[in-house]
Write a protein that binds this ligand. Structure first.
Ligand code: GAP
Length: 586
């Protein structure tokens, strides 16, 4: 549930073996998380669901499993070496580093920010703020100028009295208390000291390949899985029976030296991505072959891809596919939204980019992105590697050959005008057309890029519920229940013998448990009252619990208790398996 606090979620995750802080016995390491027994099952389920949906059940997508460390030139070609950075600043007093664009948020989330927010919750009252500076702030913000120096406090007091509305923004008020006489002062959110100007900080982790620690041997841990797909594009094209349009999918670890990892696992330094590069014909090739290009204005049916789709339709198709997958994994459609990046937010090569955003307890934040990246990435690798990234398309060549000179000239004129209107070099348009008429082009790409950890965090937040109940004697009761969809639930079924001291019942239950474990993750529990066993499974989100009793020995049926409704139904093993299989279909 979106209004559950992250503290509640993270404490359940630790207590029940979903997620632990990495290296906790040594005090932990910021931005790194370990997935415990139930966490790693759930993560695996998310990845399997993605692979099933994106690769296995489609004829037009193949997989890749590339290395984490690749040739450093890949990161030069992709632009990561020069531009994959965050603006970072340092406090001249306490020396802490932070992302320049997160300073105000770090302050608001910190002890000092929370304490000051309480003082001004009904508006900025100069006397109350001054009281805070002379009292509580002495313990938590003693380096703040207005706390340490009476003259500075007087200056800040006068400024607040003169124009309280100017300091309605909490960070603006804090800045005033840090340096009442300096306009534009950038106050450290931890101590009030002065921050340096923001400087770009490259987010890639460096390492050294081979025994010599030399700049020539520097390599990088990949910051995304996508680049390996572009680097292996021609190998896959030449060794698989694929032709454009088709996709290459990869999932695996990525690493980013995030300046301020925040919000539990949301922004980690080591995380997993699930990325698809779906290669399509440039619109000009579609037009040659089909005589027209379908755009979103044509209101196309997005359920089945068609030959005449242009990039815009493919992009929207993948937005819909990704939403369908997220929904299938258990997030209600109303809990996530599409954010279409505005033209000035797009990378220069991108034609569109949609963020799927989820309402996390700490705000509406990006879950994943779907970008239309034109032919930028393959072109960059062609330039930097010297190897052609063009495909040969016999249909395009045949369609071009069928045009007479006048039709070719008219087509050329139209394409050059279109490229020029989009600010592209007309000479490049002519070069592109010369190749295109020979049936050769660099494919364009649609990139749905998702984070495993972020998806898991959204599923954890969505699933959590504390329910007030009344037991069968009318007494108040409660339970914590994780409403995971069966597809992602770490344990699919709990199996319990009703009693453990009756060998026939016990053995029958073991038999059923062992049978189910061949297909899904099942949990055996023989201790405590049945009600307590249910509660333990509710807390880890097990959709069904089977209780084997004396009747099982007679007619083969057992009770199946549904986690969400708490209803119990008698079923045979084949009936239960059929019901479960249907619920697990992607
Ligand atoms: N190849 C495109 C790409 O990497 P991105 O928006 O930087 O795009 C894609 O990352 C997805 O990867 C994000 O939407 C998010 O789900 C996940 N992700 C990115 N940085 C992350 C981090 N520091 N921690 C956890 N997940 C992250």
């Amino acid at each position: 549930m979106a209004n559950t606090s992250m503290d509640v979620i993270s404490s359940l995750c630790k207590r029940r073996g979903f997620i632990y802080h990495s290296s906790e016995i040594y005090g932990g390491i910021n931005g790194f998380w370990d997935y415990g027994p139930f966490g790693c099952e759930m993560k695996r389920n998310i990845k399997n669901a993605w692979w099933e949906f994106t690769v296995r059940t489609r004829e037009d997508v193949v997989g890749l499993d590339a290395t984490i460390i690749m040739h450093p030139s890949i990161w030069k070609a992709s632009g990561h070496l020069s531009t994959f950075s965050d603006p970072m600043c340092t406090c001249r007093s306490c020396k802490k580093l932070m992302r320049a664009d997160q300073v105000a948020d770090i302050f608001t989330d910190g002890e000092c920010g929370k304490s000051l927010a309480e003082v001004v919750k009904d508006g900025v009252d100069a006397a109350k703020v001054a009281g805070w500076c002379k009292g509580k702030a002495k313990g938590i913000a003693k380096t703040l100028a207005a706390v340490a120096d009476a003259d500075k406090l007087t200056a800040a007091f006068n400024a607040m009295k003169a124009d309280p509305a100017k300091y309605a923004d909490l960070y603006a008020l804090y800045t005033l208390l840090a340096a009442p006489e300096t306009e534009g002062y950038r106050a450290c959110p931890y101590c009030g000291g002065e921050l340096t100007e923001p400087r770009p900080f490259n987010l890639m982790f460096k390492t050294v390949v081979g025994p010599v620690d030399d700049p020539d041997n520097v390599a990088y841990l990949r910051p995304e899985t996508a680049q390996a797909i572009f680097a292996e594009f021609t190998n896959i094209l030449n060794s698989s029976r694929v032709s454009v349009p088709f996709g290459i999918a990869q999932m695996g670890k990525s690493f980013r030296n995030e300046v301020t990892p925040r919000n539990y696992t949301f922004r980690s330094r080591e995380f997993e991505q699930m990325e698809l590069e779906f290669f399509i014909k440039p619109d000009e090739a579609v037009e040659l072959v089909c005589g027209h290009v379908v755009t979103m204005k044509d209101n196309p049916d997005l359920s089945t891809p068609a030959k005449d789709w242009g990039w815009e339709v493919w992009h929207k198709y993948w937005v819909e596919q990704r939403k369908a997958w997220i929904h299938r994994c258990g997030l209600p459609a109303a809990s996530f939204t599409e954010y279409w990046q505005k033209p000035d937010e797009l990378a220069h090569y991108a034609r569109a980019c949609v963020d799927i955003e989820y309402q996390f307890p700490f705000g509406l934040q990006e879950l994943e992105g779907i970008a239309a990246r034109s032919d930028y990435d393959l072109t960059q690798h062609q330039i930097h590697s010297g190897q052609s990234m063009e495909v040969f398309d016999a249909d395009v060549k045949a369609a071009a050959a069928a045009l007479d000179d006048a039709a070719k000239a008219a087509f050329t004129e139209k394409v050059v005008a279109d490229w020029t209107a989009r600010g592209k070099d007309p000479e490049k348009a002519k070069k592109f057309l010369a190749s295109l008429f020979e049936g050769r082009y660099i494919p364009h790409v649609i990139e749905p890029s998702a984070g495993v950890d972020r998806m898991m965090l959204a599923l954890l937040c969505n699933a959590y519920e504390e329910q007030k109940l009344t037991d069968n004697k009318g007494k108040d009761d409660s339970r914590v229940v994780m409403h995971f969809s069966p597809v992602v639930a770490p344990v699919k079924v709990g199996v319990f013998p009703i009693v453990k001291n009756k060998p026939d019942v016990y053995e029958k239950a073991r038999e059923i448990y062992k049978d189910l474990r061949k297909r899904v993750s099942a949990f055996w529990d023989e201790s405590g009252q049945i009600g307590r066993r249910y509660r333990r499974q509710d807390e880890i989100g097990t959709p069904w619990c089977i209780t084997v009793d004396f009747q099982t020995l007679e007619d083969g049926t057992f009770t199946v208790r549904d986690r969400d409704t708490m209803q119990q139904t008698r079923m045979t093993l084949p009936e239960f398996k059929a019901m479960m299989e249907e619920a697990l279909l992607m």
